[in-house]
Design a binder for this molecule. Sequence first.
Ligand SMILES: Nc1ncnc2c1ncn2[C@@H]1O[C@H](COP(=O)(O)OP(=O)(O)OP(=O)(O)O)[C@@H](O)[C@H]1O
Length: 327
Amino acid sequence: MSSQNVLEIKHVKKHFAVPKGLLHAVDDVSFSVKKGETLGIVGESGCGKSTLGRVILRLHEPTAGNILFKDMDITTFSKEEMRQMRQHMQIIFQDPYASLNPRLTVSQIIEEPLTFFKLYKTDKERKARVAELMDLIGLPQRAYNAYPHEFDGGRRQRVVIARALAINPDFIVCDEPVSALDVSVQAQILNLMVDLQKQLGLTYMFISHDLSVVKHISNHVGVMYLGQLIEKASKSAFFKRPLHPYSMALLSAIPSVNVKEKKDKIILKGEISSPINPKPGCRFAPRCPFVQDACLEKDPEFKEIEDDHFVACHRVEEFAQGLLHYH
Ligand SMILES: Nc1ncnc2c1ncn2[C@@H]1O[C@H](COP(=O)(O)OP(=O)(O)OP(=O)(O)O)[C@@H](O)[C@H]1O
């Protein structure tokens, strides 16, 4: 058993029945995350990032596949067992305005999960834990009795983080936690999350459509395209040498500070396929300039092409050997 893995998911699918057929929101995704890592998941809107995050916590039931949390297959857990499990796995959503109850004060919000999981015997112990958490996330004690609407987005997101951390989870799915915030506040929240990770030994799966944010916070990067994970690698390998043509296009779109490294932005032509009843073959094929017959016939295997570098592309060996390039 690979007990270093906090999370391991195997061939996970989530299909939604829609009027025109089956929408493959997550389609055969496998990966693992080790303790203390941050796996950043990037991809365009609608590629299945949020659905994947929710399926991992079983907020959506997976259509197929296995989800192992610390080597326990949680897909077999009952609803009650899963509720208890959420003490160890938490999720933080994008919109701190929507995810906080406006009728509760900040301290009541942070206290709620402590009461739910009955973690402290006395009122005094619980209150002391709330004070400790407010300190941890940098909120002054005088904010105790404030209501969320009195706070700006950054402070609200701090409250959301404190609430998620209250019960000492090991693993947190962070679903676009800074996307609704001003850029200056984004960096503060990201830095806070990194500090907390170091202090508390947390493991994150960090979902974002913004590759610069993922670059800032992650040590591993996964790219999704139309429900599938098409590349996963360490951050350094990914940013140095992406091996999937879609990842290359994504990377070319982030501005480089280094003028010498300046690359041309790759403009992808062609239509994004529909996630409803997808045809066999690579989902990226209709937009891929390197497409061949095999790409239209068969799903590419998601395979380890170099140590810890996984890619789903029929032509990955040619990319790895430097035989194929854009432009
Ligand atoms: N409850 C649902 N019923 C039907 N289809 C759904 C449902 N939830 C999501 N989808 C579809 O699943 C696909 C993936 O959506 P998802 O929200 O996971 O993508 P995303 O990458 O997180 O996008 P965004 O960044 O815009 O949130 C989309 O086509 C979406 O329309």
